[in-house]
Structures are given as C-alpha cells and as structure tokens.
Design a protein around this ligand. Structure first.
Ligand SMILES: *Cc1c(COP(=O)(O)O)cnc(C)c1O
Length: 222
C-alpha cells in the first residue's frame, strides 16, 4: 500500500520538486517500506522520535525536521539533521548555529513564514522577516545556512485562499532572492504543501512538498 501511495504521489510531482515523506507517528517498518521503494528523504516533527528512527534506518536517509523545534532539543539533532524546516526565531537560529559549530557542521535551515489565518501557526510575518534579515544578526551565524522559506497554508476547503497564501510566500521568496540573498544560489528552496494542498503549492512555486498521510495513511496519535 505504501509503495503504491508513494508512486502515486511521485508521479504527480512537478519536475524538480523534492518529496519529503512525512513519517511522524508511523512505525519504523513503514518507513522501511518507503525506503525500500527508494525514498530517502523523511520528515519528522518530534525530536526523540526522529533520533530513534535515525538509529533504526540506514545511514543514507536524509532526515528533515519539520515541526516546531525547541531550543533545548537542538543538540540531539545537530550531528546529523539534513534540513530544519521551521526556524521561527533568532533564538532558535542562534542555538542551531552553536550546536552546529560543536559538530563542525553547517546546518541548512528554512525560515518559517506565517501566512495562515490561524492563531496556532508559528513563523515570521513578512514584516518581521524583512526586519530580521535587515538586522543582520543572522549574518554572524557561520554554521547555519538559510536555504529558503517554509510555510503552511490555512487549513480550509477554499482553494483560492490557499493559492493566495502560497502565492504571497512565493513573492516574499522572490523578493529575498533579489535582495538579502542576491547571488546566493543556495537560497533556492520553498517548502510548501502537504497531502491536502501540495498540488496547489507546486503551482505556486513550491520546490519541496511535505506529504504524510497520503503516503502512510492516517496517523495514530498515542
Ligand atoms: C504533519 C505535517 C505534514 C504532513 O501532513 P499530511 O497532511 O499528513 O501530509 C506536513 N508539514 C508539517 C509541518 C507537518 O507537521
């Protein structure tokens, strides 16, 4: 089942879009099935769970942390995480930089922008993001690299609202590409889209989709 789902999602991807298989709450055996079908990029949103799965799966898996990351947990991921999607504060970026330095690595990160009209979603507003990048405090962090932006759309049936939100993130991304990150080819990732809205996201410039339930089925929370 997982392999069929995976292949269905893969065949619907726009060329060049990376699939992050969101495996949170699913047991290692399910991830292994996806791994055996060639999937190498997995996304998790709980630190302990990610660490455990990392130990259980082959070393060529690329682990993406997609959830809200607490500063005191960065140290558990720093030695191996390949991308942190949802950096939403200077405090967090500073800590990632510190832990990355200890591991003698540069950790790739995405800054999370807040566009959904929901209280619970983390992230910088566009104005906060501009102000933060203009403040240059991030420029001191030699062991992190900002490779793009990440966003979640409002959880709604209104596709046109979702499309507008993704479009606005794409405009922000393009603005930064021409200003703060001008000439920085590594600033190239736009992580947008989940099971319910990744096709809309791809039409609006997503380069990386985070798809969970459409591959692994419904999650059992425990
Ligand atoms: C859980 C999660 C996903 C995947 O959601 P699905 O609807 O199962 O595809 C994507 N992004 C983030 C940040 C998540 O926490």
């Amino acid at each position: 089942m997982i392999v069929e789902n995976l292949n269905r999602v893969r065949s619907s991807l726009t060329d060049g879009v990376e699939l992050v298989a969101v495996s949170k709450y699913h047991p290692v055996e399910r991830l292994r099935e996806a791994y055996d079908a060639g999937q190498r990029v997995f996304g998790e949103s709980h630190v302990q769970e990610l660490v455990g799965k990392c130990e259980a799966l082959p070393k060529d898996v690329k682990w993406h942390f997609i959830g809200h990351l607490q500063t005191n947990k960065v140290k558990y991921l720093a030695s191996f995480v390949s991308l942190i999607h949802a950096v939403d504060s200077d405090k967090l970026l500073k800590e990632i930089n510190k832990q990355a330095l200890k591991c003698d690595r540069v950790i790739d990160c995405l800054l999370q922008v807040h566009v959904a009209d929901e209280e619970t979603k983390f992230g910088f507003t566009f104005d906060e993001l501009r102000a933060y990048l203009a403040s240059d405090s991030f420029a001191d962090y030699m062991n992190v690299r900002i490779v793009g932006l990440m966003a979640m759309a409002t959880n709604t049936d209104d596709d046109s609202q979702i499309a507008r939100e993704f479009e606005s993130v794409k405009e922000m991304f393009d603005e930064l590409k021409n200003t703060t990150f001008a000439g920085k080819d590594y600033f190239c990732e736009l992580s947008m889209g989940m099971s319910g809205d990744y096709e809309i996201a791809m039409r609006h410039g997503s380069t990386m989709v985070r798809v969970g339930s459409m591959i692994f089925g419904e999650r059992e929370y425990h």
